[in-house]
Design a protein around this ligand. Structure first.
Ligand code: UGA
Length: 467
């Protein structure tokens, strides 16, 4: 249940590896299902390297995308709940706790429609002890069905997904670990059998339900903490003349620390880091652990600070104002190799630039314009008084040269490899003097830019600027 960034790719890989299992992926959003069924595989709703090749093999063989939720539930021996769990915007826990309405409604539907014994697997990232809610809903439906002389029963498992967007297929095919939390051995073994088709047994970790749920939240919190940590060091580098690339290399060479997740950038985005930390903070406050809550909350504050300070640097370097200036934003996705913009630092930054009167031209190789329209509109509704004529001050293009033509500044926000591979001599020639490049991902080759007529600022290295 749920045909999003987790449900779609995960089920595609299970279908690929387990030919004898028939999988129905259902969703309440018909446009999503239609997109998964698109004849043109470039129109799938999720972009992931290799995904379309897998879909081409398994779709309508043993993987089916359908809107027929009720019959899919009735048919199922095992149901994965992969629906979204956004942060609550109102009521108790607003701004911190996850809104579980989709999980709850899924559980209710399963309770009503399921037949025989059904294993229900939490796949969405959920607050700790959500399994209890699901169990309670399902137990009630068992009681009701007994009154009507229908026999049904359920086991609930937690099997969090650790795939990272842009690398989803590889993460699914070669996971570091598979985590299965539960208290029913038969159900755990059933799920384990699926993974054993391609994952070795020693990588399958079995825990109780609560450990599994908490491990998922904590893993994301620790990863996000690493990004905030390296971003905090990037500011110190800019002030002192140290270079974040050199510092990251030196730090990461310690085997205990390792090289991954030490790239300074414009702040973490994506659907889960912020949400999961907020959930953790909520949980800690609920149990009266204010010190622990404040500790984790600081990771988010640091992330917001990184975005604010980048905007300030841009304004400072552009003589204190961007009003009437042409700014090219390269990259709107929250990271490379995905068309996802959820919590992308680009949203905030673009809106701030628009608020300051800039004329913004956006390029991204994968994000759809309609997504950007939605993202900028949502923000303007929440944060801006004057949202009139917003469209006239920004534009979107798939042609990177069109985006940068006549611009005063380029801001690289997503680390798409194609930006590093551009002919920067030609790019700079298209700009308007004085020309400035802000490389918030540190992906350009400084040597190539050295002799060009352009000011180059990159994250975590104050000395590279000529301004
Ligand atoms: C993250 C986790 O990495 C996955 O394990 C997890 O399954 C997933 O969340 C989830 O819960 O759904 P994802 O959000 O797809 O995956 O992307 P990441 O690769 O973790 O990147 C998150 C953000 O951190 C991106 O904005 C990225 O640009 C940023 N980042 C990452 C950095 O700024 N520097 C780094 O060194 C690494």
């Amino acid at each position: 249940m749920g045909a999003g960034h987790v449900g779609g790719p995960t089920m595609a890989v299970i279908a690929l590896k387990c030919k004898s299992i028939k999988i129905n992926v259902v969703d309440i959003d018909p446009s999503k299902i239609n997109a998964w069924n698109s004849e043109n595989l470039d129109d799938l709703p999720v972009f992931e390297p290799d995904l379309k090749n897998i879909i081409a093999k398994v779709r309508n063989r043993n993987l089916f995308f359908s809107q027929n939720i009720d019959s899919a539930i009735r048919e199922a021996d095992m149901i994965f709940i992969s629906v979204n769990t956004p942060i609550k915007t109102k009521g108790e826990g607003a701004g911190f706790a996850s809104d579980l309405k989709w999980v709850e409604s899924s559980a209710r539907k399963i309770g009503i429609e399921a037949k025989g014994h059904t294993i229900v697997v939490e796949k969405s990232t959920l607050p700790v002890r959500t399994a209890k809610t699901i169990k309670t809903i399902l137990e009630n439906s068992v009681k009701e069905s007994k009154i009507n002389n229908i026999t049904k029963s359920f086991s609930v498992l937690s099997n969090p997904e650790f795939l990272s967007e842009g690398n989803a297929i590889n993460d699914l095919l070669n996971p570091d670990r598979v985590l299965i939390g539960g208290d029913n051995d038969m159900a755990i073994n059933c799920l384990e059998q699926i993974y054993l088709e391609w994952v070795s047994k020693h990588k399958i970790i079995k825990t109780n339900l609560w450990s599994s749920e908490l491990s998922k939240l904590s893993a994301n919190a620790l990863l996000a903490q690493r990004v905030s940590s390296i971003n905090s060091i990037s500011e110190i580098c800019e002030a002192t003349g140290a270079d974040i690339k050199e510092v990251s290399l030196a730090i990461g060479s310690d085997k205990r620390i390792g090289h991954k997740f030490l790239d300074a950038g414009p702040g973490f985005g994506g659907s889960c880091f912020k949400k999961d930390i907020l959930n953790l903070v909520y949980l800690c406050r609920y149990y009266g652990m204010d010190s622990v809550a404040n500790y984790w909350e600081q990771v988010i504050k640091m992330n917001e600070w990184q975005q604010k300070r980048i905007l300030k640097i841009i304004l400072d370097k552009l003589f204190g104002t961007v009003a009437g200036k042409n700014i090219a934003i390269l990259g709107f996705a929250f990271k490379a190799n995905t068309n996802d913009t959820r919590e992308s630092p680009a949203i905030n930054l673009t809106n701030k630039l628009l608020e300051e009167g800039a004329i913004v031209s956006i390029h991204d190789p994968k994000v759809e314009k309609k997504k950007i329209v939605e993202d900028l509109k949502n923000y303007s509704e929440k944060n801006l008084d004057n949202s009139k004529n917003r469209d006239s001050t920004w534009s979107f293009t798939r042609d990177v040269f069109e985006a940068i033509e006549n611009c005063d500044a380029i801001i690289i926000l997503t680390e798409w490899p194609e930006y590093a591979n551009l002919n920067w001599h030609d790019c700079v020639a298209l700009m308007r003097s004085p020309k400035t490049i802000f490389d918030t991902r540190s992906i350009l080759n400084e040597k190539q830019l050295k002799d060009l007529d352009v000011n180059y600022w990159r994250i975590g290295y104050g000395l590279s600027e000529k301004i």
